[in-house]
Design a protein around this ligand. Structure first.
Ligand SMILES: Cc1ncc(COP(=O)(O)O)c(C=O)c1O
Length: 443
């Protein structure tokens, strides 16, 4: 992703407003001929040879905060300056009763499961189209990730496929708001409510995404966020959980510190060391200052890209549910129709776009088929926690045809292309046009 560039705040705001000003300009007209040497993949001239903006970006605010933290000698969680500050700010930003920072989003998910009593022998229903962290957080506690199939158009968990996967062992439902767009919260919450099963939102990719105007992460019993550096709110490596349940928040604080209760000074509950350094929070407090401006730019460019991509046959962009009032476009999801591309695999289409200078990446692979799953099921811990009959049953039902299709045809564009100038997005469109109109050369 290239070297990080530090902008002054003035420079940053200048760039941001300039980008927004051109968001409404007329679209570029695209030359679709690949030229004498054809696609860049085959030696032709790439659409773009200059890098897109780097991510993450910083201003002097983060630098000052880090310096402040360095010089105040309050670096660890117990007497940190920025950790409680960021926790308060983030709880306020999402509209939640409380926020507890964690070393990363994976740990936030793991703590949420632990605090809701999910453990060995239990089942958690989740989406297979996600980052491995969702699944690992479940499996670290010797629980089974029970996958519901996906909704091909939105890339989200198919809420209609959840209910029949509920068993007497289901202890939580964990929707993932993938690529920063909300999962179908109305349906997921209704199913959770009907069966009295708590919902843990994996909002690790979905900062400030909204469902009917309310921030995601605040609908379930707990919401979990990641502030790892690729996210739209980056802090290096960090995470947080949010909840309106005061007791749960206080237990999360104690869990993070080996289960120590500050009132009794006794280790009242099982816990672990999930404390964090103040430096990540120092960065995050700075990042929050200009967060909304960057979001506005990302959203304006994503809306333009979505609209213009409708004119390119063979590609469709990730759809959203009507109740989804805001997406953060952490990633910009796209599917291609193999029939338009000589039935080449996803990797070939992504390679063609990359060769044109576009930051495209293949999406996820089918998690229900990853080798670690079967190895874990055969491990001593899982064999102790589950009967062989339950594991056999699990294997039999772990078929997800729509997720297979999604994994074979979906890929993503990185947010770097949405945070610069409108001409960056036009380059992306030009590359799509070029690859599409030269599809026959891909075979
Ligand atoms: C959907 C999802 N869940 C969980 C995580 C874990 O977050 P972290 O990397 O901060 O542990 C990520 C991180 O990318 C994610 O994308």
């Amino acid at each position: 992703m290239g070297k990080e560039k530090t902008l002054s705040r003035r420079e940053f705001l200048g760039k941001t407003s300039a980008g927004l000003a051109v968001a409404g300009a007329a679209p570029r007209s695209f030359a679709v001929s690949a030229g004498p040497k054809g696609l860049a993949l085959h030696g032709g001239t790439p659409v773009r040879s200059t890098p897109f903006p780097v991510w993450p970006q910083t201003t002097e605010v983060e630098e000052q905060n880090i310096l402040k933290s360095l010089r105040n000698h309050r670096w660890c969680t117990s007497d940190a300056e920025f950790i409680p500050m960021f926790e308060k700010q983030w709880a306020g930003k999402v509209g939640s009763g409380g926020c507890v920072m964690t070393p990363c989003g994976t740990h936030a998910l793991q703590i949420a499961l632990e605090l809701l009593g999910v453990g060995p022998g239990d089942e958690v229903i989740t989406s297979p189209y996600t980052y491995i962290a969702t699944i690992d957080a479940i499996m670290m506690g010797y629980s089974l990730p029970v996958f519901a199939d996906v909704d091909l158009k939105t890339f989200q968990i198919d809420a209609d496929d959840i209910e029949h996967r509920i068993t007497e062992h289901t202890r939580a439902i964990m929707p993932v708001h993938i690529y920063g767009a909300p999962a179908d919260l109305d349906k997921v919450l209704a199913i959770g409510g009907k069966h009295n099963i708590p919902v843990i939102e994996d909002a690790c990719q979905a900062h400030h995404a909204e469902w009917n105007g309310k921030k995601v992460g605040t609908f379930g019993t707990v919401g979990c966020f990641s502030f790892q550096e690729s996210k739209v709110l980056p802090g290096g490596e960090a995470g947080a959980l949010v909840s309106d349940d005061e007791e749960l928040i206080s237990r999360a604080y104690n869990f993070r510190n080996f289960g120590l209760d500050p009132k009794t000074h006794r280790y009242e509950m099982r816990g672990f060391k999930y404390r964090i350094s103040d430096f990540a929070a120092a960065v995050l407090v700075g990042e929050l200052e200009r967060y909304e401006e960057l979001c506005a730019k990302r959203e304006a460019h994503a809306a333009y890209l979505q609209a213009e991509m409708k004119a390119i046959p063979g590609f469709v962009t990730q759809e959203n549910y009507p109740q989804s009032t805001r997406q953060n476009h952490y990633c910009f999801g796209v599917r291609f129709d193999p029939e338009h591309f000589e039935n080449v695999p996803r990797e070939k289409v992504v390679a063609a776009l990359k060769a044109e200078g576009i930051m495209a990446e293949a999406g996820y692979n089918p998690h229900n088929k990853e080798p670690h799953l079967e190895r874990s099921l055969n491990s001593r811990g899982f064999q102790l926690a589950f009967s062989s009959e339950r594991l056999e049953n699990y294997r039999r039902k772990n078929q997800l045809p729509r997720n297979d299709q999604l994994c074979a045809t979906a890929f993503l564009l990185e947010q770097n292309m949405l945070i610069g100038e409108r001409s960056d997005v036009d380059d992306v469109l030009e590359a799509f046009h070029k690859v599409q109109s030269n599809a026959s050369a891909l075979a």
